[in-house]
Design a protein around this ligand. Structure first.
Ligand code: M6R
Length: 366
């Protein structure tokens, strides 16, 4: 059942190239139009959308953070990401031109479901992204994209996260096309690069095992670890820290790297692990200078870095490489080393990676 892997978590991490491919199958017409016919919204309704809320919990919330960057960047629609448990108990600004995107692997998370119901009563259009066909989130949304992760058994989400990010990227591309902010040619090119991430994940899985192991050795006896990055790197860091906490019980926090000197840098003492997502992007140099400050205080610096980036060798104690991709697609690739790292640290600490203590696969009560 584990297909030769020692645990479901590793098996599911290795399924991710297939998840990317399956989630994208048939999504672009030969004419270069995005095809998401399950959307349940007309082109006019889509064009009228002037505010987006992404609501979700846990890992799905982190997929939402990535979606915010994509939807605002490409479609220029103001987008908020909110924990469903917060959204449902406040009074968000909802009009008939608000789109609520509910992201839930299980499709049955109690807070997410309650938030959908509330949003619909207030008149929002609701769009679901879920992995479970016919789940309550799918049934109660106006439209749905199914992630093609297939059943996820490990409690820690990995492949469903990648399916969510790919699906949200499709949604962002569609909104950008509908709003005439993207030409067919641009959409085609981006879609092709999005599809290429399947191969790029495979490359990471095939080549980075040793680097991940080395990084895990630097973390395994720590009391705490800090994940940092900027932009997409920050969003990836939040998910990396959650994954590490969940499966290895090692305390971890994530910060936007620019926030370091506003507090968290006080934590750094010799040997403290800092895990940075510092892939090539417009803010790469800024992140590197934050890492130098950590290094100067004795931190063990582990970096997820772009293949071919030699500059990082000067400050990193350990480097996990990812292929060069456009920054908007970096979450799909750069999340993978952090999933592997969390699992490896957990294994070294003797934890059950598939069934972490105190956690359930789906949270159907508040
Ligand atoms: O099924 P959902 O996506 O709604 O679940 C949300 C969270 O409970 C879930 O992502 C949780 O954080 C996982 N354990 C993450 O690995």
């Amino acid at each position: 059942e584990k297909g030769g892997y020692p645990d479901f978590m590793l098996k599911e991490i290795h399924e991710q190239p297939r998840v990317v491919r399956d989630t994208l199958v048939g999504r672009m017409t030969p004419a270069g139009e995005l095809d998401i016919d399950e959307l349940g919204l007309s082109l006019e309704e889509l064009n009228d959308i002037d505010r987006v809320y992404v609501i979700a919990c846990g890992t799905s919330y982190h997929a939402g953070l990535i979606a915010k960057n994509l939807i605002e960047g490409w479609a220029r629609i103001p987008t908020e990401v909110e924990a469903a448990s917060e959204f449902r108990y406040r009074n968000p600004i909802i009009t008939p031109t608000t789109l609520v995107v509910a992201v839930s692997q299980s499709g049955e998370t109690a807070d997410t479901l309650a938030a959908i119901r509330d949003a619909r009563i207030k008149g929002a259009k609701v769009f679901g992204i879920t992995n479970v066909v016919g789940s309550p989130v799918a049934r109660e949304s106006d439209g749905v994209i199914y992630t093609k992760a297939n059943k996820e058994i490990a409690v820690a989400s990995t492949k469903s996260f990648i399916g969510q990010v790919v699906s949200l990227t499709l949604l962002a591309l569609l909104l950008a096309q509908v709003k005439y902010r993207l030409t067919t040619k641009q959409a085609r090119m981006l879609f092709r690069e999005l599809s290429d991430t399947a191969e790029q994940i495979q490359w990471i899985l095939d080549t980075q095992t040793e680097a991940v192991h080395e990084a895990a050795l630097l973390c395994k006896d720590a009391q705490s670890a800090l994940f940092v990055g900027r932009g997409m790197g920050a969003a990836i860091s939040y998910e990396g820290a959650l994954k590490l906490k969940e499966v290895s019980y090692l305390h971890a926090e994530a910060y936007a790297a620019g926030e370091m000197k506003h507090g968290p840098i006080a934590l750094i003492d010799p040997g403290f692990p800092v895990i940075a997502v510092a892939t090539k992007s417009a803010t790469y140099d800024k992140t590197v200078s934050n890492l130098m400050e950590c290094k100067a205080r004795g931190a063990k610096v582990i970096v997820v870095a772009t293949e071919g980036d030699e500059e990082i060798n000067k400050i990193a104690d350990c480097i996990i490489r990812v292929p060069a991709v456009r920054d908007v697609f970096s979450p799909i690739t750069a999340s993978v080393p952090l999933q592997l790292l969390a699992r490896e640290v957990a294994i070294l600490r003797g934890c059950d990676v598939d069934q972490p203590r105190n956690l359930a696969k789906s949270v159907t009560v508040e």
